[in-house]
Design a protein around this ligand. Structure first.
Ligand code: ADP
Length: 278
């Protein structure tokens, strides 16, 4: 059995364990006119160990809101989001990759990846070793000493992925990380992310509004809809891993893309509204 196949098998075995639970988490914002706006109706769902789950839906349906609540960066208006032990996710226990690479312009690629070592007070020498390994893993060994303005958009996003992994978090939150990239770079990085996910057995919660990207990368897709934002359906993607771009010609890939597309174009019916406690 190849290493990748073994790792895939190990991941399948550990998938049953729940890592993160969304227990009726909703969000109501107060807008500039001081009116309450339901951005997200209660979401109940689970993220399993080693799983790659995508939050997929149109702009404004609450994907980022849900991701930020999961990361503890935003308080739910009702319900909660906890780890399996009932505790909220703690800052420093996960990696976060944003749509823009958000690198410090005066720091080199290497020093940007080392940033969490300073913030989290990690040991210097082992962090340096890991930063070098991670930059090699994302194909940037030749660019260690370049500053962000000397790197392409795809290279910058590779640096930000390496930075998010420096402290070896079990959980990675990604908010449309490839949204600003051209189609070819995006596909390259999709495959690279899959490799990282499989080799490092990370659990990933990934925001996208690109249906094919979600099907290519995910074990499970949480399909969301707007007006107001809500979870419409969870779809399992059981296509064999590792997936190449050729999977897009697989009839099962096409079937899932169609199913998601139909869900996204379905008329809105709101079943129950929340009673947020704040
Ligand atoms: P998505 O990530 O799916 O594009 P968001 O989570 O960013 O959606 O936003 C969901 C809804 O909540 C949108 O209608 C957005 O305008 C609104 N919203 C987001 N953040 C705020 C905020 N801080 N104050 C008021 N409304 C907000």
């Amino acid at each position: 059995m190849s290493v990748t196949a073994m790792q895939t098998k190990t991941m399948m075995q550990t998938k049953a364990a729940v890592l993160l639970e969304f227990n009726g988490a909703s969000k109501r914002y107060v807008n500039v006119e001081n009116q309450c706006v339901d951005a997200l109706l209660p979401v109940t769902a689970k993220l399993h160990n080693g799983e790659f789950a995508s939050l997929l839906g149109p702009s404004g349906c609450g994907k980022t809101t849900l991701l930020k609540m999961a990361a503890g960066l935003l308080e739910p208006s009702s319900g909660n989001i906890t780890l399996a032990d009932g505790q909220p996710v703690k800052p420093g226990s996960y990696g976060f990759v944003f749509q823009s690479a958000a690198l410090l312009p005066w720091r080199t690629a290497f020093d940007n990846v080392m940033l969490p070592a300073t913030v989290l007070g990690l040991p210097k020498s082992s962090s340096k070793r890991r930063a070098l390994e991670l930059l090699e893993m994302v194909g940037l060994s030749h660019a260690l000493h370049k500053r962000p303005h000397e790197l392409s958009g795809g290279m910058q996003q590779r640096v930000s992925i390496a930075r998010a992994l420096l402290h070896d978090p079990a959980l990675l939150f990604m908010d449309e990380p490839f949204g600003a990239l051209d189609a070819m770079t995006r596909e390259e990085l999709n495959l690279e992310l899959q490799r990282i996910h499989l080799n490092y057995a990370k659990s990933v919660l990934f925001v996208t509004h690109d249906i094919e990207e979600a099907v290519l990368l995910s074990d499970r897709i949480l399909v969301m809809s707007s007006g107001p934002g809500r979870l419409v359906k969870e779809i399992q993607v059981q296509l064999e891993r590792p997936r190449s771009l050729a999977v897009k010609r697989d009839p099962e890939f096409y079937r899932i893309v169609q199913e998601v597309r139909d869900l996204l174009h379905r008329p809105v019916t709101i079943v129950n509204r929340p009673t947020p406690n704040s």
